[in-house]
Ligand binder design. Sequence first.
Ligand SMILES: NC(=O)c1ccc[n+]([C@@H]2O[C@H](COP(=O)([O-])OP(=O)(O)OC[C@H]3O[C@@H](n4cnc5c(N)ncnc54)[C@H](OP(=O)(O)O)[C@@H]3O)[C@@H](O)[C@H]2O)c1
Length: 286
Amino acid sequence: MMSGKTVIITGANSGIGKATAAGVVKLQGRVIMACRDRSRAEEAARDIVEETGADRDQVVVRHLDLASLTSVRSFCENILKEEPRLDVLINNAGVYQCPYTRTEDGFEMQFGVNHLGHFLLTHLLLDLLKRSAPSRILVVSSRLYKHGHINFEDLSSERSYDKAFAYSRSKLANLLFTCELARRLEGSSVTVNSLTPGIVRTNLGRHVHVPALAKPLFHLLSRALFKSPEQGAETAVFLASSPDVDGVQGKCFADCRPQVLLDKATDRDMASKLWDMSEIMVGITT
Ligand SMILES: NC(=O)c1ccc[n+]([C@@H]2O[C@H](COP(=O)([O-])OP(=O)(O)OC[C@H]3O[C@@H](n4cnc5c(N)ncnc54)[C@H](OP(=O)(O)O)[C@@H]3O)[C@@H](O)[C@H]2O)c1
């Protein structure tokens, strides 16, 4: 049970984030849905209340656009003003294989939203999480990290852009971030773990072109082969709530079990170098 616990979920208006929010609410937790589109988020909040029979004040909507560092900062300022505690932060929002675009601050969109926005968000909420300890941070990555590589010489993809590579790079960055943050959190009673949800039927594929004629077949196959959002959210709800993972630090889970990652996702030097570079990119001075 999660009664008395407050959980922030980014991108909670859709797919895995929305199902995770419903899962937390069913366990009596209070969810702050951190979303970029207020009306989509309000609609999702109404669905969650209807589905779970929860009190309306268990589901809170707040504006957060991870493609804007200004928005991340103002979201966190409000949270720090309004919230006396934060038990779980779930970095879930993500963009997948979008055409080349930049965030407000000029970063390649997938790296900017999936990694850098969450990097700053976590940094700004960390003291609150520490004050609320034992507390947890979850990072939603993807098995596609395997095809990624952190090319420090072109993190903003100015020299070349490959949308599939950029997604994999951002998801590898999620794992390296988890690795370095776990090292920094040793002994603090704040844990950070990542997860890969599997292939889930969500809106993530919005930028992937499926020819009109193939759409019915794709729809059928995805119904048969992909996880539902609820199944896709199981590991996140488990990591947010289960006493089985009390004190577990720096692991990556799939289907509620720890996974073995490729060396490139746990490389200490790479993780530390990415951390330093991310601090510079988001303008943190420590
Ligand atoms: N579905 C899969 O098969 C799969 C597999 C592996 C990993 N994942 C990971 O799972 C996570 C959730 O994805 P999903 O499958 O549930 O996809 P989804 O249905 O598209 O949900 C993604 C969420 O992220 C939000 N988002 C995108 N850009 C944002 C921004 N700039 N600021 C704030 N929020 C933003 C979206 O908001 P809008 O609705 O406003 O666009 C949406 O709420 C992602 O991190 C993804 O990489 C998914």
